[in-house]
Write a new protein. Structure first.
Length: 198
């Protein structure tokens, strides 16, 4: 899906539009599973930039997924709740630990890296540098086989951190600088939102 391409670039508007288009197409063809998959991913992308809208998207994802057996997409929706609550919820690391245990039982290993990225987002929003560094170290361990290694770069972008020399670098569609700026702006936008709510 194009949404999978765009969210990692930090372009949540394009990602959300792509997932919405995929959901609409699946609905038109009566493909229930694909509709639910697209909705779970839409909720994930929206959770980074619009926590209020994310409530509605997550509710719809839950309703679409509940009668199906799509465990990996249920996990995507659960991780999206962490992303939605990043910067707000003091218990987020504890909730993430519970989800990580569930992921370990399920054997869906990619979800562990996605969850760890959500923790990176939370700690970047809080500007909790030590926690973010620990998150990145765990993320590096989870992606050392090469799969989802670009999550490590994204975590550095979130925290406005320089990339260590040994970091495997992705080839970003719009270049590293613009991708870094997008991710950093997502963090700063959430930080501003948290400040207004409190």
């Amino acid at each position: 899906m194009l949404g999978d391409v765009w969210w990692v670039q930090g372009d949540m508007e394009r990602a959300a539009a792509a997932y919405l288009a995929a959901r609409s197409e699946a609905e038109e063809h009566g493909v229930v599973g694909e509709t639910a998959v697209a909705q779970a991913h839409l909720a994930f992308a929206v959770s980074f930039v619009d926590p209020l809208r994310a409530d509605d998207e997550l509710d719809l994802a839950d309703r679409l997924l509940s009668p199906l057996s799509l465990r990996s997409n249920e996990m995507t929706a659960h991780i999206a709740t962490l992303v939605r609550d990043a910067g707000f919820a003091a218990d987020l690391p504890d909730r993430a630990a519970v989800q990580l245990a569930e992921i370990g039982v399920s054997g869906i290993s990619y979800a562990a890296a996605k969850l760890q990225l959500a923790l990176c987002f939370h700690h970047a929003v809080l500007d909790a540098r030590d926690n973010l560094a620990a998150d990145i170290a765990r993320l590096r361990g989870l992606t050392q086989n090469g799969y989802y290694a670009y999550y490590v770069e994204i975590a550095h972008f979130m925290g406005d951190l320089p990339l260590p020399p040994n970091t495997v670098r992705a080839r970003w569609i719009d270049g590293e600088r613009q991708t870094r700026e997008r991710w950093r702006n997502i963090v700063l936008g959430r930080r501003d939102h948290v400040g207004r709510v409190r």
